[in-house]
Write a protein that binds this ligand. Sequence first.
Ligand code: F6R
Length: 365
Amino acid sequence: EKQGYEHFMLKEINEQPESLKWLLQDRLQAGKLDLSESGLKSDWLSDYDKIHVVACGTAYHSGYLAKYLLEDMLKLPVEVEVASEYRYRNPLVNDKTLMIVVSQSGETADTLAALRLAKSKGADVLALVNGRDSSIARESDMVLYLNAGLEIAVASTKAYTNMVAAFYMLAVDGMRQRADIDAETVKKYTNDLIRLPELSRQMIKQSEEKIKEIARSYAEQKHIFFIGRNTDYTLALEGALKLKEISYIHAEAYPAGELKHGTLALVEEGVPVVALGSRTDIFNKLFSNLKEVKARGADTFLITMEGQNYEKESVDHVFELPQLNQYFAGLLAIIPLQLLAYYTALVCGKDIDQPRNLAKSVTVE
Ligand code: F6R
C-alpha cells in the first residue's frame, strides 16, 4: 500500500530513516556492533588478503562506494565490478578472497553466476541481500540481511541506502580488528552510524522544497551531468542512474577530474551540472572543476558539507549536509539526488514506479 504517497518510490524514499533503523537495531548492542548473526567471525579481517565486490546497477554503485571505504579503513585491496563482466573473465580468486555480493532481490542472474564462480575458486562469499530465502542468500556462506523491508518501485532507494549502511557497518567492524586503530576511533564511527536514521530524516525534510524547485527546471533539459571525486563519484553514478531511469533524461556521471578529457565539450549555457562535494579532503579539487563548468555557462548545483568554504558566485543551487565523517555523509548526500530524480520524473509526467523496459528483478542475463 502507498499509505497516502502518490508513488511507491516516494514512500520508499521517506521510509529510509525507518529502514536504516531496521538494519542497525539488531546489530548494535549497548553501543557496540555485533555482526555475528551474519556468520562473520569476530576476527574475519585476518582471514583475507583481498576483497571482491560484485553486483549490478544500483547495488553495484553501493559496492563502488565500498571500494574506497574498505580500502581506506581496512587497508585491504578491494576490487569492484559489475557481475555481467566479472562472470565472463577469469578473476583471480582463492581461499584468501572475501567475495561480497550485493543484491536487493537476491535473484539477479548475473550476480548469482558471479557468486558461484568465486565460490568454485575457493572464495568465502558474504551476501548483503534484502530478499529473504532468495537464491543469493541460500548459496552464500554468510548473509547480512539488509532489512529494508519490501521495495516495490523499480528504482531502488531504501535498499541502496541500507546497502551503503551495511558496508559502513562492515568497515567499522573491520576497523575494530586492526591493531593500529584505537577503540576511541571505532567508537566515534559507531556513534556516527547510530546518528544516520535521524540525520536522514532531517535530510528528507530539508531538501524536499528546494529539490522540487530545481526539478522544474531540470525537467526541460536534454542532458544533465553529475560530477564527483572518490566516494562522491560513486554517488554521482547513482544520482545519474536514478534520474535517467525514471525521467528518461540523459544523465551522465563523471569523475570530476576526467571532464576536461572529453565530456567538457558537451557543457554549454544552461546545462545542469550536479557537483557532489561531501569529501572534505578533496573538496578544493572538485570545486575547481565546478568553476570550469560554470565558466562555460553551466547551471551548477553543489551538495557539500555544512561549514565548507567556497566562492558562492560559482554556485547556482546548494545543499548542505550536516557535519559527519566524510564517508558516512555520502549516505545523506544521496537523498536529495533520489528526490531530484523523483520530482523531475513527476514534472515530466513519467510512470515513476514502472519505468519502460525495466523490471524489478532481473532473473535472466
Ligand atoms: C536501479 C535498480 C537496478 C538494480 C539492479 C540490481 O534503480 O534498481 O539497477 O539495482 O537490477 O538488482 P538487485 O539489487 O536486486 O540485484
